[in-house]
Design a binder for this molecule. Structure first.
Ligand code: ADP
Length: 479
């Protein structure tokens, strides 16, 4: 029997475009799902995507997409990359931009129209080809369930995954008209949100099922503390919400095969070669000192205020610290001021995939003091590369990192240093524990080796998604 078709939609997919973990998930999860489904991953064909490098070709003449009474020419492109089929939506309005969503610190003013068009283009595709499931990710593809609700004739079932509730796609009410959506949908039960429209609400209200990226985050978003104003709405729809923890692509992130590394490795001796090379590269001194790293977006969410508050104190200890990231200007400035006066802090602004791999391979500890964390991939990558993460007990960090004091070699879960209060004092205590643990070499090594052998792949979570798809499509066939 031929496989049913699955459309997996995201606004960023590695290696074509990436600003964070969503791109990693949209790269690796569809691969794991392709054993059971005939998958097409679909994303916008941003102008900076290298068409030549990936062999991205047009699927034919542009066609017209009607949105809010205006006709937009849209062209579909395709490529097969590492055995998986990709579809790309090209339209000048959506794609001809320097950034994915807007310059740092802001979004493009016409993002409602840009991503509205992306959703209409997917609707057009669903009219042409029969898909059993459309798996939609974050606000940029959250309008499709509403468009299907309007349409009524297409049988495709929709799953909406929330990767980060802090980004909801809210726009002025006037955008409703340009999106061609009737006022009837602009209610509290639909996409109205404090006098604005909210794309994420459309996904939550009209998708057949909703997931978020860890079980703990699935519970947290039902509370005022983490619900970003949508907690009541999510509670209303909680019967269709489940948390499924993300995995990592253990082929792309594999210390024994990673081409970005100075030297691939399977044990701590091999890892030390990478650390020496990295210290040389950055000018940091002292291979025996523990190396702490931070890799991520410089936003409030990632605990940047805690990190900045604690940084000088951490640096006053016998250790090295290396930070890679980009984001809000105020954090750039604060980090630079501290790094300028400490020669054991190395700071790199920007986004550099290959450098991040070298850092994962070199460091002893990953710092991840996130205030909230839907799932987080960096901590899993770090453990897989032989590090001990220092994390705040929240969201997916709580599900994937267990406190090292409860270490049990028989349990197939990763261990780290877990602190429970999001304060710089608790964070500093955790860092102190890390320094002590580093000196207790036998114990440190045992935990690191255990972390390296843990299974952080998609294996189990892909199974959960497949069971969910099955349940969604069963309902349909039973009528
Ligand atoms: P996010 O909230 O940004 O999605 P995750 O931990 O889920 O956080 O995923 C972040 C992903 O992006 C990881 O693969 C991490 O290594 C990568 N990453 C983040 N910032 C950078 C950067 N500046 N350079 C390279 N990779 C980065």
């Amino acid at each position: 029997m031929s496989k049913q078709k699955l459309l997996f939609a995201a606004s960023e997919v590695y290696p074509f475009a990436k600003s964070g973990g969503l791109a990693d998930v949209a790269h690796s999860l569809p691969r794991a799902l392709s054993t059971e489904y005939d998958v097409r991953v679909i994303m916008p064909l941003y102008q900076f995507v290298d068409r030549g490098l990936f062999g991205i070709k047009s699927l034919g003449e542009p066609f017209d997409v009607f949105m809010g009474g205006i006709v937009y020419p849209v062209e579909l492109y395709a490529c097969n990359y590492e055995g998986l089929e990709y579809r790309f939506v090209y339209s000048p309005l959506l794609c001809d931009r320097e950034f994915l969503y807007g310059p740092p610190d802001s979004g493009y003013e016409d993002n409602a129209m840009r991503f509205g068009l992306f959703n209409y283009a997917m609707l057009a595709l669903l009219k042409r080809e029969k898909y059993a499931i459309a798996h939609l990710n974050d606000w940029q593809s959250a309008l499709l369930p509403l468009l299907l609700n309007k349409e009524k004739t297409i049988q495709t079932k929709t799953l909406f995954t929330i990767h980060n509730l802090a980004y909801q796609g809210t726009f002025e009410m006037a955008a409703l008209k340009t999106l061609g959506i009737d006022d009837a949908y602009a209610t509290m039960d639909g996409l109205e949100f404090y006098g604005q429209i909210n794309f994420m609400k459309a996904g939550i209200a009209y998708a057949d099922a909703i997931t978020t990226v860890s079980p703990t985050y699935a519970n947290e978003i039902l509370t005022a503390e983490f619900g970003c104003g949508l907690e009541g709405f999510l509670q209303h729809h909680r019967s269709k919400l489940v948390g499924i923890v993300n995995g990592i692509d253990t082929e792309h992130f594999s210390p024994s095969e990673d081409k970005a590394l100075v030297s691939t490795y399977v044990d701590l001796r091999g890892k030390a070669v990478n650390k020496s090379a990295y210290l040389k590269e950055t000018g940091l001194k002292g291979p025996r000192k523990p190396l702490f790293i931070f890799i991520g977006r410089f936003t409030w969410q990632k605990g940047m205020d805690l990190l900045i508050e604690a940084l000088s104190k951490i640096a006053s200890q016998e250790c090295n610290i290396s930070i890679l990231g980009e984001g809000e200007e105020r954090y750039h400035a604060a980090l630079k001021t501290i790094a300028d006066t400490h020669d054991n802090i190395h700071l790199e602004f920007g986004y550099d995939e290959s450098l991040s791999h070298r850092m994962y391979a070199s460091a002893d500890f990953l710092l991840m003091p996130s205030l909230f964390e839907p799932c987080g991939l960096a901590q899993m990558i770090a453990m897989h590369y032989g590090q001990i993460p220092v994390v705040h007990h929240v969201g997916g960090l709580a599900d994937t990192v267990h406190h090292y004091k409860e270490f049990d070699a028989k349990r197939a879960e990763g261990y780290g240093i877990v602190f429970s209060k999001p304060s710089s004092a608790s964070f500093l205590e955790a860092v102190d524990e890390a320094l002590v643990l580093y000196e207790t070499k036998a114990r440190y090594n045992k935990i690191v080796k255990h972390n390296m052998l843990c299974d952080f792949s998609w294996q189990e979570s892909a199974g959960s998604y497949l069971r969910l798809y099955e349940k969604m499509t069963e309902k349909r066939s039973r009528g």
